[in-house]
Design a protein. Structure first.
Length: 347
């Protein structure tokens, strides 16, 4: 008997639903919330309200596209944690109501585990054990994945996430939120070796991006003359603006290159230390073209296998919840209807 799962993702500002049959994704419908752009970041209260409006049409669309009726479902999976609590509650209550109404089991999914397991969606997939660099707006982790249910964090950021590093740098450059994709766009025509931002010296496999952010702040305040703060280096507002306008592609390319080398140097270290040569990317920042290119190059240089999910499975989406839900279904890992949600949680 095929296993058919409906999955719901609502952890942040995307309302998404997906249907998968035996691990094959039949639909993955995502409603973005444009409302946050004008506030320069996600506003939790507005996100919850938008989920309330979106959830019924998004789930209906996912079922319709997949050609599956609710009675044909075997289980309902949903994102339980981590995320914005109000947003998580909308998806979890909807999933619970469906499970209760249909008399089907409920599957609670960890959002970060799902980002990693998005690598199991394509036909060309990594073999276990593999390492996954998960890079999103809220997380930066190197995860050892020994099976769909055995995941261990080997390293993570001690301050900002990689996506935040992109978005905060973009904000300093006067670019709108989320600035990551814009840095990527401008970097395409820039010289990445023009400006040299420092690489933090953090022991082990952990990451840090706050020092980079501070050096970019001073660099811009000084109109490119120095990376450190000194009153006499400080440029006027006019000089700062002109410097950014005339050098935007080179600044973006240099920032992007530094973020990418910080990420990949640690992933390389993890691969060398563990001897695992199956490497995956996950999370919204894996849409970054500089990261994708350098990641592929690292694999070719070292003879390692590299995997990146399709773009729609990298940013927040319900297909990754569905594939995780499918593996949990096979393992008989179901949740009671009383299960809660959590803003923070370990795998
Ligand atoms: O995984 P995601 O969609 O949401 C969560 O944070 O869970 O990741 C969003 C992050 C944002 O910080 C966004 O700026 C970044 O991914 N991002 C990018 C690119 N596309 C998305 N950063 C750099 N280059 C991109 N092309
Ligand atoms: Zn995410």
């Amino acid at each position: 008997m095929p296993v058919t799962i409906l999955a719901i993702e609502s952890s942040c500002d995307e309302t998404s639903a997906s249907v998968c049959v035996d691990g094959k994704i039949l639909s993955n419908f995502i409603a973005n919330q444009a409302i946050h752009e004008r506030f320069g970041g996600v506003v939790p209260e507005l996100a919850s309200r938008a989920h309330m409006q979106n959830i019924v049409p998004v789930v209906s669309e996912a079922l319709k596209t997949a050609g599956i009726s609710p009675s044909g479902l075997d289980a309902i999976a949903f994102t339980q944690a981590p995320g914005l609590i109000g947003s998580l509650l909308v998806g979890s209550q909807f999933a619970k109501s469906m499970a209760l109404g249909l008399g089907k089991p409920l599957i609670a999914v960890h959002h970060m585990q799902a980002h990693v397991l998005a690598n199991l969606i394509p036909e060309r997939r990594p073999s276990f054990p593999f390492l996954c660099l998960t890079v999103s707006g809220g997380h930066t982790q190197i995860v050892l994945c020994q099976s769909p249910s055995r995941l261990t964090i080997l390293g993570e950021t001690i301050d900002d996430a990689a996506g935040e590093a992109f978005d905060k740098s973009a904000k300093l450059l006067g670019l709108p939120y989320p600035g990551g994709p814009l840095i990527d766009k401008y970097a395409k025509t820039g010289n990445p070796d023009r400006f040299r931002f420092p690489e933090p010296k953090i022991a082990g496999l952990d990451f840090s991006f706050s020092g980079l952010k501070t050096s970019i702040l001073y660099f811009l305040q000084n109109a490119g003359t120095s990376l450190v703060y000194k009153e006499e280096f400080r440029a006027t507002e006019e000089e700062r603006k002109t410097f950014i306008e005339t050098n935007l592609p080179d600044i973006c390319a240099s920032i992007q290159q530094r973020i990418v080398t910080i990420l990949l140097n640690k992933l390389k270290k993890a691969a060398e230390e563990t001897g695992i040569n199956e490497l995956c990317l996950a999370g919204g920042v894996s849409a970054n073209s500089g990261l994708r290119e350098s990641f592929g190059q690292l694999g070719r240089d070292k003879g390692w296998n590299t995997y990146i999910p399709a773009f729609e499975y990298c940013t927040d989406n319900a297909a990754m919840i569905a594939i995780t839900g499918y593996h949990k279904f096979l393992a008989g890992d179901f949740a009671p209807l009383s299960v809660g949600t959590a803003a923070r949680a370990e795998f």
